[in-house]
Design a protein around this ligand. Structure first.
Ligand SMILES: C[S@@+](CC[C@H](N)C(=O)[O-])C[C@H]1O[C@@H](n2cnc3c(N)ncnc32)[C@H](O)[C@@H]1O
Length: 315
């Protein structure tokens, strides 16, 4: 068995849109266990480098083991991809030729393989602490949100991924349960979600997943973080440099699509104001629309099912 079980998603398309070349420097903003980084290093030929970033030191360890054969062509840094410009300045680099952002948790994190103990990312886990943060030193966790958010804030949080009646049932379940004792484990949370959403019948599992997703997004500030990360990546790219984004659910797809369109000089939010000034284009979107994984890829790697790929080139 390998040390990692995460399989890189849409590998051919990532390499085709990133088009890595010898002698160039790339940033893998979410290095995980290093699957995409390994491909970039293999396809770019000699003298290229990958700077791999991750908020999770356990993931960086996995990537370090996998990328050891590339020696100093792989540089690993514990950082958010939002801070790519700071990382580059510490490394005395002005710009890069490409950057990849592969959103969400890796299968290794979901399975708790990296830390020997799950962190509550998955509702299928029996009884794990409800952390859900990629960065193990972060104070905000799913536990702390469930304990501290007001009713209104909880309604807003779950409203991201659940619908009206579902949200109200889930939030009243949380308020009731936390009044008895803190909700600190996946077992407690899944139990209360199951009771609140049981009326959904066979769809209940998907609604529980959606509730977990809403919490994870807020614990890690994933949506605004993605928008900021796209902006930072674009600033880091040299003209002609390429950005590839892999997103995994509707809220991420929308941010990837709309932020790239805005950076292309398109309207900020519909509808466009008549007479609004044209904005300077920073990128040209190179994907004809979102790219989907093939049926073959989905059968070999079901975790790829919901993925979409967006790519752009810096102008
Ligand atoms: C889907 S996995 C990446 C898998 C990787 N592409 C591979 O092939 O092995 C996403 C990784 O991004 C990390 N991550 C999440 N948010 C991040 C952020 N803002 N900055 C850097 N890493 C982040 C997670 O800890 C996780 O390891």
């Amino acid at each position: 068995m390998t040390a990692h079980e995460h399989i890189p998603v849409m590998p051919e398309a990532v390499i085709s849109y990133l088009a890595p070349r010898p002698g160039e420097t790339y940033v893998d903003g979410t290095v995980g266990s290093g699957g995409h980084s390994e491909l970039i290093l293999q396809h770019s030929g000699p003298d290229s480098r990958v700077i791999g970033l991750d908020r999770d030191p356990a993931q960086l360890e996995l990537a370090g083991a996998r990328l050891a054969e590339f020696g100093d062509r792989a540089i690993l840094v514990r950082s958010s991809y939002e801070d790519v410009l700071d990382v580059l300045s510490h490394l005395h680099l002005d710009s890069i030729s490409g950057m990849l952002i592969d959103c969400g948790p890796s299968l290794d994190q979901l399975a708790g393989r990296t830390t020997g103990r799950g962190r509550g990312f998955s509702w299928r886990a029996e009884d794990e602490p409800l952390d859900m943060s990629y960065d193990p030193d972060q104070a905000r966790t799913a536990r702390s949100l469930l304990a501290e958010l007001t009713e209104r804030e909880l309604l807003e949080l779950f409203g991201q991924t659940l619908r009206g009646g579902e949200v109200r049932r889930v939030v009243s379940g949380i308020l009731r349960e936390r009044g008895q004792r803190p909700i600190e484990t996946t077992g407690r949370l899944t139990g209360l979600l199951r009771r609140a959403l049981a009326y959904k019948g066979p769809a209940v599992d998907r609604r529980i997943s959606a509730a977990y997703l809403a919490l994870r997004i807020v614990v890690n500030d994933e949506l605004e973080g993605l928008a900021r990360g796209i902006d930072a990546a674009v600033e880091a790219l040299r003209p002609g440099g390429r950005l590839v984004i892999l997103s995994f659910h509707g809220l991420e797809h929308r941010i990837a699509r709309t932020r790239l369109r805005e950076l292309e000089g398109g309207p900020i939010g519909p509808p466009r104001l008549i007479g609004a000034p044209e904005r300077e284009a920073k990128v040209k979107v190179t994907t004809p629309g979102p790219l989907f994984p093939s049926e073959d890829e989905i059968s070999a790697n079901p975790a790829a099912r919901s993925s979409r790929l967006h790519a752009a080139v810096r102008v």
